[in-house]
Design a binder for this molecule. Structure first.
Ligand SMILES: NC(=O)C1=CN([C@@H]2O[C@H](COP(=O)(O)OP(=O)(O)OC[C@H]3O[C@@H](n4cnc5c(N)ncnc54)[C@H](O)[C@@H]3O)[C@@H](O)[C@H]2O)C=CC1
Ligand SMILES: O=C(O)CCC(=O)C(=O)O
Length: 444
């Protein structure tokens, strides 16, 4: 970082203590914006970066609920509205015991640039709670969601803030959340939440969108290098929403996925991971470690990530900072050609440096995983016109949006003297869109 951006970063660290993930996300963006700031002195005069790095609003609230044994439970809920320069706050809710204000802030900050890249008029927000859904009954999850929405409802709405899912929050949780929202407000405002089940105003392809979108982006990135996915070997981390549908689309594109993981370890299937078995395990609430009982030749190794397994393509799709410098060095030595971040900020800054130095095609999450939020915007469009588009229509729009994001990142990186650097391209293109909107709206 140059002295000017380093000063801004120091001030952000001082004002937001004990939020290392937020500091990391801001540092990454600030360093890539230096070529822009050198050209656009007006942005410095308006203190635009400082304004952009300060959330417009942050809500923290108590969530009290009762478990199946009648024991009162207590959690903390969050919703951060980071920027509404382009539209209503938009971004998911994460239910995981690790969630803190700093986690939610880093995710909402990343969402600013991602949502701008979609070109679909979306502001940026994120939320969640330190609730652990693991081992909880359906009734407990429902009561937790109802208690969470009993406070959240007053802060959201189709023109204000539109939450969706993230880790630990899928169509089931969104259904319970929307049910409580509808009960309290007396309004069937379907556009208040996205990622809903089809029966209550969800969109085709939203479930698959993030994972599919990652692979559409990978495809475009490889095509820009005269390459494609056919016959490639791949390794994916995670085994949730993003990972499962990234694996499915990799498979449809002619690649073979040899490994995936969950928070307890890595599954390696030398014959190629079988998605039907993974879906069966998920449906019966069994974990990935049961896979080798169903598929001979596969093995599950507890406690390790999948990055030691040689592959052409890697897709980290579990959580932040899951792929560090030693893992990046191993992947590179083993012949990695391209990596697309399915998760938000899964690679540490040192890992990204390794990929950049080795000339590996690297797609940052805020570009590669934007297909989820883009399809949420398509869900909002369908909700506001009370329409339902078919699966192929939404899928084609998603593919076109991902190609556009790819081309924008590549062209912007080139324009600012960083050819082939998708991270710089994504940060600069997203930033300029939001900065110009902030200036148009007037300093506030
Ligand atoms: N669901 C969506 O539409 C989008 C999700 N993302 C990001 O993708 C990532 C995965 O999200 P989802 O698939 O939706 O969640 P999910 O809850 O469906 O799956 C999460 C997966 O990651 C694993 N995991 C979670 N915490 C972990 C940890 N600390 N260490 C190792 N593994 C861990 C879990 O075992 C699970 O397999 C997150 O970073 C999320 O922010 C990004 C864009 C959109
Ligand atoms: O669909 C959405 O609104 C949010 C998706 C999300 O949370 C993300 O892009 O990280």
């Amino acid at each position: 970082m140059n002295p000017d951006t380093a000063r801004i970063h120091e001030e952000i660290v001082r004002r937001n203590p004990a939020e290392p993930e937020f500091h990391q996300a801001v540092a990454e963006v600030l360093s890539s914006l230096e070529p822009v700031l050198a050209r656009r002195t007006d942005l410095r005069e308006l203190r635009l970066l400082e304004r952009l790095c300060e959330p417009e609003r942050q809500v923290m609230f108590r969530v009290g609920w009762t478990d199946d044994h009648g024991i009162p439970q207590l959690n903390r809920g969050y919703r951060v509205g980071f920027s509404s320069a382009l539209g209503p706050y938009k971004g998911g809710l994460r239910f995981h015991p690790s969630v803190t204000l700093g986690t939610v802030k880093f995710l909402a900050f990343e969402q600013i640039f991602k949502n701008a890249l979609t070109g679909l008029g979306l502001g940026a927000g994120k939320g969640g709670a330190d609730f652990d859904p693991a081992g909880r009954s359906d009734g407990e999850v429902m009561r937790f969601c109802q208690a969470f929405m009993t406070e959240l409802y007053r802060h959201i709405g189709p023109h204000t803030d539109v939450p969706a899912g993230d880790i630990g929050v899928g169509a089931r949780e969104l259904g319970y959340l929307f049910g409580q929202y509808k009960r309290i407000t007396n309004r069937f405002d379907a556009g208040t939440l996205t990622g809903k089940a089809l029966a209550i105003g969800g969109s085709h392809v939203r479930t698959e969108a993030t994972g599919y979108g990652v692979v559409y982006f990978l495809d475009a990135m490889l095509a820009a290098r005269g390459d494609n996915l056919e016959g490639k070997t791949a390794v994916v981390s995670g085994c949730g929403n993003v990972a499962l549908y990234a694996m499915a689309k990799l498979h449809d594109s002619g690649a073979t996925v040899f490994a995936c993981s969950d928070s307890t370890g890595t599954l390696h299937d030398p014959a190629g991971v079988r998605l039907d078995v993974l879906h069966e395990l998920k449906a019966t609430q069994r974990k990935v470690d049961a896979y080798p009982h169903l598929v001979p030749g596969a093995r599950f190794v507890p406690g390790i990530a999948p990055w030691d397994i040689p592959c052409d393509i890697a897709v980290p799709a579990a959580t932040q900072n899951e792929l560090d410098e030693p893992a990046a060095i191993t992947l590179t030595k083993n012949g990695l050609r391209a990596l697309a971040e399915g998760a938000n900020m899964p690679c540490t800054p040192a890992a990204i440096d390794v990929f950049r130095d080795a000339g590996i095609a690297f797609a940052p999450g805020k570009a590669a995983n934007a297909g989820g939020v883009a399809t949420s915007a398509l869900e909002m469009q369908q909700n506001s016109t009370r329409d339902r588009w078919g699966f192929p229509t939404v899928d084609q729009r998603l593919a076109a949006i991902m190609r556009d994001i790819h081309d924008t990142c590549l062209a912007t990186a080139d324009q600012y003297g960083r050819p082939g650097d998708y991270e710089a391209g994504a940060n600069i293109a997203g930033f300029l869109t939001v900065a110009d909107a902030m200036i148009t709206l007037g300093v506030a």
